[in-house]
Design a protein around this ligand. Structure first.
Ligand code: SF4
Length: 284
């Protein structure tokens, strides 16, 4: 999430979400749309959908208690090996080792060798022969690898492993050939006096659980409107996961046409709609 937004925004959002959904029980009698609404701005909306589905299963099948074994956790939507290990270690203080890119980098730099995730788990398991706080160990590994043994310019002078680390004081530079390709996309605000047109099955591949503003990708839709009369009202760059978009927004004053796969929503109601930040930015 921190790739798409700032730490402060994520902190505030998480607090907002916890205020509305403080525990598993609080998801009962609530709709996915309410979660998506408060999640709006964080990106990665599939995670919200998976969270909602997972909590529904926890309430129905596990009596509202977060499972404490790997098989049950991995059966939940959106939970894979990494997340289940993180829940076991951090949530349940069990002997489990969440291996992310940072932890993998730390172990591989110290040893000067490459390993599969399972091998790294075995190495960490050996390092934790005596019973320790697995919660603290997992959190320390994540923090140390992301704060000290950073991908670029690791702080080897501050590192307690520098005496024996096989990669100590080596140069790790940024790969400068990673310039992002900008993709161009046009969105259309179709205005009737009181309504705005949204599309239900959009071709734009992101935000699958939301209704969309129509775009130039929706060719069946655009063939029904007079694009010659469009008026450009704004243009901005927008990042979604690893994609950089040049977004152009056009307005068309249009009667409330009946076009397949669309829905016209009253303008005053669009403010209460669960919409991703991109569409909020377009409409504001
Ligand atoms: S000495 Fe440098 S490269 Fe080695 S683990 Fe520490 S920070 Fe990472």
């Amino acid at each position: 999430m921190l790739q798409q937004t700032t730490v402060r925004t994520v902190e505030n959002k998480i607090q907002e979400i916890i205020n509305i959904f403080p525990n598993f029980n609080s998801f009962e009698n609530k709709k996915l749309e309410q979660l998506l609404n408060v999640w709006s701005g964080l990106g990665y909306y599939k995670r919200a959908v998976n969270l909602f589905k997972a909590v529904t299963i926890i309430n129905d099948k596990f009596n509202g208690v977060l499972p404490d074994n790997s098989n049950a956790l991995i059966s939940l939507p959106g939970v894979g090996k990494y997340t289940s290990s993180a829940i076991l270690a951090i949530g349940h203080n069990q002997k489990a080792f969440p291996i992310d890119v940072n932890v993998k980098r730390l172990v591989e730099r110290i040893s000067g060798a490459e390993f599969k995730d399972k091998e790294i788990e075995n190495i960490l398991s050996l390092a934790c022969k005596k019973k320790i706080s697995y919660r603290s160990f997992a959190e320390s590994m994540m923090d140390f690898s992301s704060i000290i043994c950073k991908k670029i310019k690791p702080d080897c002078y501050k590192c307690r492993f520098s005496n024996f680390c096989k990669s100590a004081f080596k140069k790790f530079e940024n790969n400068k050939n990673t310039k992002k390709i900008i993709k161009k996309i046009d969105f259309y605000i179709l205005n009737s006096p009181l309504h705005i047109c949204f599309i239900k099955k959009p071709k734009f591949q992101f935000y699958k659980n939301f209704i969309h503003l129509p775009s130039n990708l929706d060719e069946e839709f655009t063939s029904n409107i007079k694009l010659k009369k469009k008026e450009k009202i704004k243009s901005f760059k927008f990042v979604i996961t690893n994609n950089l978009f040049q977004v152009n927004v056009y307005k068309l004053n249009q009667k409330k046409l009946k076009i397949a796969n669309t829905v016209w929503i009253e303008k005053i109601k669009t403010k209460e709609l669960a919409l991703p930040t991109l569409f909020k930015k377009i409409l504001n």
